[in-house]
Write a protein that binds this ligand. Structure first.
Ligand SMILES: NC(=O)c1ccc[n+]([C@@H]2O[C@H](COP(=O)([O-])OP(=O)(O)OC[C@H]3O[C@@H](n4cnc5c(N)ncnc54)[C@H](OP(=O)(O)O)[C@@H]3O)[C@@H](O)[C@H]2O)c1
Length: 267
């Protein structure tokens, strides 16, 4: 039986992971900004956490840790997006994305690592995104924040001396969740972008609808948790997005990559 701290356990990927862990008897401290949204299940302990508030991050991890005693695994999954032209993103919007998707996650990772390094054992899974290398148009701050967390994760993998504390970058491709429903759209104030914005959003919605369910990510997360030597990075999604596209992109010049992504989103 493992003890895990899992952010964003109230919906989508986090909820699927929480349920899968619960079904096999693991003990999970699962977070939401409103703990009432975390399902009532035995061994699933709801924790309040708001990644936009550093005090909340500190408090929720420390409270959960004092209840749990230790964490074998910490999964940094919670996150949200935005939609709007990069040219017009406000400082506040960019900062908010970086707080939620980078600084908040790093704060949690530091807290988790301090405890795991002391015990000499543990696994941290950072849920970034395929968008870290194949960016989605009109989600510039999201793409950039996910790329920052992916690079930070890889830096830690380079630096960590041989130890049983492992860090994995789990990159979902499109996964069918309610993620888009929570995305604030800031798209109205520049008519020059209207057509591309509309085309991109319909492609994003279509991709999401046809995407695999979050249980696929849960299945891979459980495999990572059970592995004695987990891979540093995995991409999870349908075969085209998770295998074919990243492989082709690796060998293409940047000009063709940009062209290919524009074709993919129809803009
Ligand atoms: N779905 C995809 O296609 C996809 C693709 C690539 C990467 N991802 C990544 O996968 C992760 C999970 O996304 P999902 O698709 O499962 O979306 P989701 O269904 O919208 O779930 C997001 C989770 O994050 C929590 N959350 C959102 N903002 C938060 C904040 N400020 N502080 C604390 N918790 C917050 C939500 O909890 P509350 O609202 O209850 O607080 C919810 O549990 C995210 O990091 C996302 O970027 C998703």
């Amino acid at each position: 039986m493992k003890r895990l701290f899992l952010t964003g356990a109230s919906s989508g990927i986090g909820l699927a992971i929480a349920k899968a862990l619960n079904a096999r008897g693991d003990e999970v401290w699962g977070t939401s900004r409103d703990p009432g949204r975390v399902p009532q299940l035995p061994r699933l302990h709801p924790v309040r956490l708001d990644l936009s508030d550093p005090n909340s991050i500190d408090q929720s991890f420390k409270t959960a840790l004092s209840e749990a005693g230790h964490f074998d695994v910490v999964i940094n999954n919670a996150g949200s997006g935005h939609f709007g032209a990069a040219e017009h993103l406000s400082e506040a919007e960019i900062q908010s994305q970086f707080q939620i998707l980078v600084f908040g996650q790093l704060q949690l990772m530091r807290l988790a690592m301090a405890e795991m390094r002391e015990r000499g054992h543990g696994l941290i899974i950072n849920v970034t995104s395929l968008a870290s290398s194949l960016p989605v148009p009109f989600m510039a701050a999201y793409n950039a924040a996910k790329a920052a967390l992916a690079a930070y994760t890889m830096s830690l993998q380079l630096e960590l001396p041989d130890s049983n504390v492992r860090i994995v970058d789990l990159q979902p491709a499109d996964i069918s969740t309610g993620f888009n429903d929570a995305v604030p759209k800031n798209v109205d104030h520049d008519a020059r972008y209207q057509e591309q914005v509309a085309k991109t959003w319909s492609a994003v919605e279509r991709n999401m609808k046809n995407a695999p369910p979050p249980e696929l990510v849960a299945k891979h997360a459980l495999r990572l948790i059970d592995s004695t030597n987990p891979p540093p990075r995995i991409i999870v999604g349908d075969a085209f997005q998770s295998k074919v596209a990243p492989l082709i992109f690796r060998f293409l010049p940047q000009r063709i990559r940009v062209w290919g992504l524009k074709m993919y989103y129809g803009i």
